[in-house]
Design a protein around this ligand. Structure first.
Ligand code: TMP
Length: 224
């Protein structure tokens, strides 16, 4: 039962945790899931991710950044997402085209129409059937994200976390505008509470948007 769901939101909104929980829930219901992320999700795209998120690359110009996101996405769609959907998997992707609109468009203030064209080119027109926007105040999210970076021993993927609060406010507003523009595709969930609170709201908010077979397996949106 191919179905494509993306997760979006500002830094530290909790989307990665919620994606993992939804993956487990869907697998328990007996469906096959491909969980992936952007930028990255394949070996080549992960190398592009490392360039994009390295805080030492502070000289990268916004247009180069935009083109690298598009390059990573083209690779990821062709190598991972499209084949998974062809196999009939449910694909859960941590960020996708809306992130480019929100970060490079509203955040960096690059031309939205150009970004739309690049997104179309990179994806071959593939769009998510459902986008979960986990919304929370920028200060709440950044506090969580910076605490996570401090506790990590791996590469410090902090180029975006180091941007100004105003940049992140523009990103958040951009996401909310996208959600208002595409209400049939977006579900907005408040991510400022605990993981458990967010999960309860998320599951009941998306249940009616899922294909019948999956909704039935979810118990009509009831939470365990
Ligand atoms: P993450 O925090 O979900 O791992 O995402 C990595 C960063 O990449 C995050 O700061 C948002 C940024 N990003 C963009 O700026 N544009 C994009 O198109 C994508 C997919 C991510």
């Amino acid at each position: 039962m191919a179905f494509f769901i993306t997760f979006e939101g500002v830094e530290g909104c909790g989307k990665t945790t919620q994606l993992k929980r939804l993956k487990e829930r869907i697998e328990e219901a007996g469906e096959r899931v491909t969980a992936t992320r952007e930028p990255g999700g394949s070996p080549v795209a992960d190398k592009i991710r490392a360039i994009l998120l390295d805080a030492e690359n502070r000289d990268m110009v916004p247009l180069a950044e935009l083109l690298l996101y598009a390059a990573a996405r083209a690779q990821h769609v062709q190598e991972v997402i499209a084949p998974a959907l062809e196999r009939g998997d449910i694909v859960l992707c941590d960020r996708f085209t809306d992130a480019t609109m929100a970060y490079q468009g509203y955040g960096r203030e690059l031309n939205l129409e150009t970004i739309g064209q690049l997104n179309e080119l990179a994806t071959g027109g593939l769009q998510p059937q459902l986008t979960v926007l986990i919304d929370c105040p920028v200060e709440v999210g950044l506090t969580r994200a910076l605490a996570r970076i401090e506790s990590t021993t791996g590469a410090r993927e902090e180029r975006f976390e180091l941007e100004s609060v105003r940049f992140h406010e523009r990103v958040r507003d951009g996401y909310l505008r996208l959600a208002a523009t595409y209400p049939d595709r977006f579900v907005v969930v408040d991510g400022s509470g605990s993981v458990e609170q967010t999960e309860v709201v998320l599951v009941s908010a998306i249940a009616s948007r899922l294909p019948d077979k999956l909704r039935a397996a979810f118990g009509g949106g009831r939470v365990r």
